[in-house]
Design a protein around this ligand. Structure first.
Ligand SMILES: C[S@@+](CC[C@H](N)C(=O)[O-])C[C@H]1O[C@@H](n2cnc3c(N)ncnc32)[C@H](O)[C@@H]1O
Length: 240
């Protein structure tokens, strides 16, 4: 149970949620509409209860000083909607327009790809499959702010729901049924898994991330701007 020092639990929670909401937008670029305040309240309440923090007045400061708790609250409000080959027109554009251009400029070289906001991994693995099918060497960097999503992505195991898109109909040769899962779970083959590297990255912190990217000699192809931040232009500036 949550009890504020003033005994005015509801009002104290509202004040805390409003402060945390502002911090979330400032630090991650995520803007929650009025309809999603309840999600933040639920995520915050759950994380604070698990941390033993009973007084809502302390929550904003606690989250400021403990980034891991802040990350957990954010992970509870992100929307991870994704599936294999979601937004087929984007994949078609990369296949038909971007890749020929990359080949023209840098013939014979591997393609380096960034899936920013990769959620549970379906997008970067789709890219890995697409390049493999095209017999193009590729290294895919996949980043997200949600650590639970990244943990699932690294497993490379998916159920039928992740394969619901049209584009997933033809990727059977890249999947192996998971033993004992009665045909309901599928594991990506090692060749595609090893082409994708997952890492935590909060997009507005791209400048720090860029150093990591540069060290890994990985460059952008795709990005998913959130809220008010503009990671692509920042990143492009950083490439020069
Ligand atoms: C709707 S999913 C899209 C997944 C995938 N790109 C796709 O299109 O299928 C959006 C993802 O962006 C991530 N995200 C939101 N804000 C972020 C931020 N500030 N930094 C990094 N990732 C963020 C969320 O955690 C979520 O996994």
């Amino acid at each position: 149970m949550i009890v504020s020092a003033r005994g005015d639990t509801g009002a104290a929670v509202t004040v805390a949620v409003n402060a945390v909401n502002a911090a979330v937008t400032a630090r991650t670029g995520i803007v929650l509409g009025a309809g999603r305040q309840a999600d933040l309240t639920a995520s915050l309440g759950k994380v604070m209860a698990a941390a033993g923090a009973t007084d809502p007045q302390h929550w904003p400061v606690l989250l400021k000083t403990k980034p891991a708790l802040f990350d957990q609250v954010v992970a509870g409000i992100t929307i991870g909607e994704t599936y294999f080959f979601r937004d087929p027109e984007h994949f078609a554009y990369i296949r038909e327009v971007v890749l020929p251009e990359v080949h023209r400029r840098r013939p014979g070289q591997d393609v380096k790809v960034w899936s920013a906001g990769c959620s549970t991994g379906e997008e970067p693995y789709s890219l890995g499959i697409m390049f493999d099918e095209a017999r193009i060497g590729a290294r895919v960097l996949a980043t997200d702010i949600s650590r639970p999503s990244l943990a699932k992505a690294k497993q490379g195991i998916y159920g039928r729901w992740a394969l619901r898109g049209e584009g997933a109909r033809l990727i059977g040769s890249y999947l192996r049924p998971v033993a004992k899962a009665r045909g309901e779970k599928f594991e990506l083959i090692e060749r595609v898994r090893s082409a994708v590297h997952f890492a935590y990255l909060n997009l507005p912190h791209l400048w720090e991330g860029y150093r990591e990217l540069k060290a890994g000699r990985t460059y952008r192809l795709c990005a998913h701007p959130q809220g008010g931040c503009d990671p692509v232009s920042k990143f492009n500036q950083g490439l020069l």
